[in-house]
Ligand binder design. Structure first.
Ligand code: ADP
Ligand code: MG
Length: 259
């Protein structure tokens, strides 16, 4: 038997304390390359806080985070983006007055800028912009917004904004894509389209997904982590998690884990 591939992401006893309150309390689990890994748990479980620790928007109080075995715990957000971690947030981070295309383009150009070498600056910038524009158009098509390029992002519907956020995140060419409740507030048709989009992402993009819509979770995920009150309850296959009595009791009175 060959060795299993090394983990893309490893969380080792990661904690986030707000004063004496432990929003995330010594959470450990791993995410393998190519995974469709969901994080579920009742409101207040610490899921979004955990994503903040992985993306770098929140400093960890304790523990460590490894990307490809490299300790990234103390790296700022932009360095983590450079290493391939991209996130969409529960609360939108779009530039609403800018056009749909410009939102994706800005992210693609930031990525190109991060990797650009030396050379005549003007020509290089024009070339980078043309390449990034083509990439942005392709991404907008992929997320299902092929005819909306010139509208201000503010004019998109709620569901379209979430699609645009995914395109913006993909424009940074992530290896690890963090999606925090991407289907929140979406219509069933929009949720269905988003589910297909995530399912169709190439395997090089590992997905870590927080989602309340458990139908979407169990349709997409190959691995599920359950959090409750800041603690890691379990990580396992969708079937294992569905069958877990501990998970059932954590959800009692909030959301049912249905099949
Ligand atoms: P989830 O995403 O699972 O619903 P969160 O990670 O948003 O949960 O929040 C976990 C807990 O941490 C909640 O009780 C929340 O009120 C608390 N929390 C989150 N951010 C802060 C903060 N900046 N200061 C204090 N408490 C916070
Ligand atoms: Mg949340």
């Amino acid at each position: 038997m060959s060795d299993p591939a090394p983990d893309l992401l490893e969380l080792r006893g990661v904690s986030k304390h707000f004063g004496s309150f432990r929003a995330v309390d010594e959470v450990s689990f791993t995410v393998r390359p190519g995974a469709r890994h969901a994080v579920i748990g009742p409101n207040g479980a610490g899921k979004s806080t955990l994503f903040g620790l992985v993306s770098g928007t929140l400093p960890a109080s304790a523990g460590s985070l490894l990307l490809d075995g490299r300790d990234v715990t103390r790296l700022p957000v932009h360095r983590r983006v450079g290493l391939g971690i991209a996130a969409t947030f529960q609360h939108s981070s779009l530039f609403l007055p800018e056009t749909v295309l410009e939102n994706v383009l800005l992210a693609a150009l930031r990525r190109a800028g991060a990797g650009a070498g030396r050379g005549p600056a003007g020509r290089r910038r024009a070339g980078a912009r043309a390449a990034a524009t083509a990439q942005a158009r392709t991404l907008l098509e992929r997320v299902g917004l092929p005819t909306r390029h010139d509208l201000p992002a503010a004019e998109l519907s709620h569901g379209e904004r979430r699609q645009l956020e995914v395109a913006v995140a993909l424009a940074t060419e992530p290896r690890l894509l963090l999606l925090d409740e991407p289907a929140a507030g979406m219509s069933p048709a929009e949720t269905e389209r988003l589910t297909k989009l995530i399912a169709a992402l190439p395997e090089e993009v590992t997905v870590l997904l927080i989602e309340h819509d458990l139908d979407m979770v169990f349709e997409l995920a190959d691995t599920v982590t359950v959090m409750h009150l800041g603690n890691h309850l379990t990580t396992g296959s969708p079937d294992e998690v569905r069958a877990s009595a501990e998970v059932q009791s954590a959800y009692l009175g909030t959301t049912e884990v249905s099949s």
